[in-house]
Write a protein that binds this ligand. Structure first.
Ligand SMILES: O=c1ccn([C@@H]2O[C@H](COP(=O)(O)O)[C@@H](O)[C@H]2O)c(=O)[nH]1
Length: 230
């Protein structure tokens, strides 16, 4: 069976747990995601550990955000690990995004538009007035112009972003919760089926899978539900 277009967020406290989660979910999902918690604790070795024998695609979610020269050096440093996807913050601006794209030519640079944990009140407080969708579309357009081939947005904006950037760009949505699941610290959420129907290419799902007593079964259940819905 083709693995589902899901990136499981391996936000684990230690390497053994992350590698175990990765091996349990990889028959069912296309991708595993390494974020700041694991990378800052274990460094580059974490990539080989979670890739394991299956060679699953690794998404390195470091959300780089600095001046172009610094992001260029950081992207070059991790490019040798050959992650399939590397994130930068779209708010770093076009020159910063371009620097990452040029420094990591074999990795898809994904620009994070507006974090899925932010609601409109948060956005107003940080000076982004108006609907989240407006800021997301603006950041999506500038990121693609700067060479990003993937974008991170919430499921709420994914159809508008698709209209904005067309078909060639990979749309990645965190903020995904199976019906009835706790949203935790996510603000702009939808179900996996809805996110996919609205045009997402890759769903980022962490705690609803890794918080389950059986992460392999949880991943398999979401994958099966996506197959039924498509
Ligand atoms: O806007 C964003 C960008 C990245 N993330 C990351 O996705 C996962 C979500 O995990 P859950 O447990 O499913 O909430 C996490 O690693 C975040 O760092 C995001 O949530 N929103």
């Amino acid at each position: 069976m083709t693995p589902a277009p899901i990136a499981v967020a391996l936000d684990a406290p230690d390497l053994e747990t992350a590698a175990r989660w990765a091996s349990l979910v990889t028959p069912h999902v296309s991708t595993v995601k390494v974020g700041l918690e694991l990378y800052l604790r274990y460094g580059p070795d974490v990539i080989a550990s979670v890739r394991g024998a299956s060679g699953v695609r690794v998404f390195l979610d470091l959300k780089l955000h600095d001046i172009p020269n610094t992001v260029s050096g950081a992207a070059r440093a991790v490019a040798r690990l050959r992650p399939a996807i590397l994130t930068v913050h779209a708010g770093g601006g076009p020159a910063m995004i371009r620097a990452a794209v040029e420094a990591a030519p074999h990795t898809a640079i994904a620009a994070v538009t507006v974090l899925t944990s932010l609601d409109e009140a948060d956005l107003e407080r940080i000076g982004l007035r108006g609907p989240a969708g407006d800021a997301v579309r603006r950041l999506a357009a500038l990121s693609v112009e700067a060479g990003a081939t993937a974008l991170v947005c919430s499921p709420h904006e994914v159809s508008a972003v698709r209209r904005e950037v067309g078909d060639g760009i990979t749309l990645i949505t965190p903020g995904v919760r199976p019906a009835g699941a706790d949203v935790q610290d996510q603000a702009r959420v939808a179900t996996p089926e809805q996110a996919l129907a609205d045009g997402a290419d890759l769903l980022v799902i962490g705690r609803p899978i890794t918080g389950s007593p059986d992460p392999g079964a949880a991943a398999a259940a979401i994958a099966a539900s996506l197959r039924r819905a498509s």
